[in-house]
Design a protein around this ligand. Structure first.
Ligand SMILES: NC(=O)c1ccc[n+]([C@@H]2O[C@H](COP(=O)([O-])OP(=O)(O)OC[C@H]3O[C@@H](n4cnc5c(N)ncnc54)[C@H](O)[C@@H]3O)[C@@H](O)[C@H]2O)c1
Length: 285
């Protein structure tokens, strides 16, 4: 029996932008899926959004009405920690090491000795999260991209103490979800967020210096083949999340000038203009 054949239940913690999409693809991939969040409103929003997303797939004839109903029947939504019993826990909660580790420790005490703990962190060291838990060999990164149901890439991050079987199981899970897993080492920003930092920072630097407008930069980058210009992308990701990633990567690499977080973005975060999720970021929605 392969490691993945033993996996029946997945618990996705956090019902926000990422958690909602991850829960949808876990259920679509055939797993009993528990979505957990401390905030009931977020759970309701997630349920509505997953139902609407599956309905769109029915309308586009990508899935049948029966498949939609089976997928929805695999999903449950809860704000009760004790209900989070699963073979794999995938957390997509707030980007904070202590809070993530505390959740894993709490869930470790109610789960069995084989449960895997995957973090969707964008920028926190997986090794450091793992080291703050009582289950470090079973902690790894499983970094989905936004929007999770559409984006193919998943970075599987091996922390210093992660068991190889854990990363292999997570890579197999990502494949079962129709994704392309790439196993990478634990380094600040992993691969994509490290390389893409310049895409955001240089764009904001040009605007800061008054050399270009955000509209021009987005238009130019899209014309060269990028699916989204940097400002539209930051609005999609969420200004708070993107700014926090910049700060974490900058600090982890010893504060190099080339990766200095942007004052323009800090100002947006301070004003609560967080992008699409608040109706206003670099653009209005
Ligand atoms: N937004 C992106 O584009 C993106 C992409 C990849 C990875 N990530 C990472 O995914 C994670 C979640 O990001 P998001 O954008 O979905 O955030 P979000 O703010 O949309 O959602 C976070 C959710 O977590 C819940 N939550 C907070 N603390 C909790 C706890 N202790 N237990 C249970 N639920 C809790 C909140 O109520 C909220 O619903 C972060 O680690 C982020 O870095 C985000």
């Amino acid at each position: 029996m392969s490691a993945l054949e033993k996996i029946k239940t997945i618990c996705v913690c956090g019902a926000g932008t990422m958690g909602s999409g991850i829960a949808q693809i876990a259920a679509q991939a055939g797993f009993k899926t528990i979505q957990f969040d401390v905030n009931e409103t977020m759970l309701e929003k997630s349920k509505t959004s997953i139902t609407a997303s599956l309905q769109k797939l029915v309308e586009k004839e990508k899935i049948t009405e029966a498949e939609k109903n089976i997928t929805l029947a695999r999903l449950s939504f809860t704000n009760i920690t004790e209900a989070c019993k699963a073979d794999i826990i995938i957390e997509a909660i707030v980007e904070n090491k202590e809070i993530k580790a505390a959740l894993f420790n709490k869930l470790a005490s109610i789960n069995n000795a084989e449960t895997i703990f995957a973090t969707n962190t964008s920028s926190i060291s997986v090794s450091e999260i793992a080291a703050s838990t009582i289950v470090s060999p079973r902690v790894a990164g499983m970094h989905f991209f936004n929007p999770a149901p559409l984006m193919k890439l998943v970075e599987i991050v091996r922390g210093k103490s992660t068991n190889e079987s854990v990363t292999e199981t997570l890579a197999a899970l990502a494949k079962q979800m129709g994704k392309t897993p790439v196993i990478c080492k634990d380094a600040p920003g992993f691969i994509v967020n490290r390389v893409a930092r310049h895409y955001y920072l240089e764009a904001m630097f040009l605007v800061e210096k008054g050399l270009c407008t955000i509209e021009d930069i987005d238009a130019v980058m899209e014309a060269t083949g990028f699916k989204m210009g940097p400002f539209k992308l930051m609005d999609l990701i969420g200004m708070d999340i993107n700014y926090s990633v910049s700060n974490i990567v900058w600090n982890a690499l010893g504060k190099p000038e080339r990766l200095h977080p942007s004052p323009i973005q800090k100002d947006k975060v301070d004003k609560g203009a967080l992008g699409r999720k608040t109706g206003k970021g670099f653009y209005k929605y």
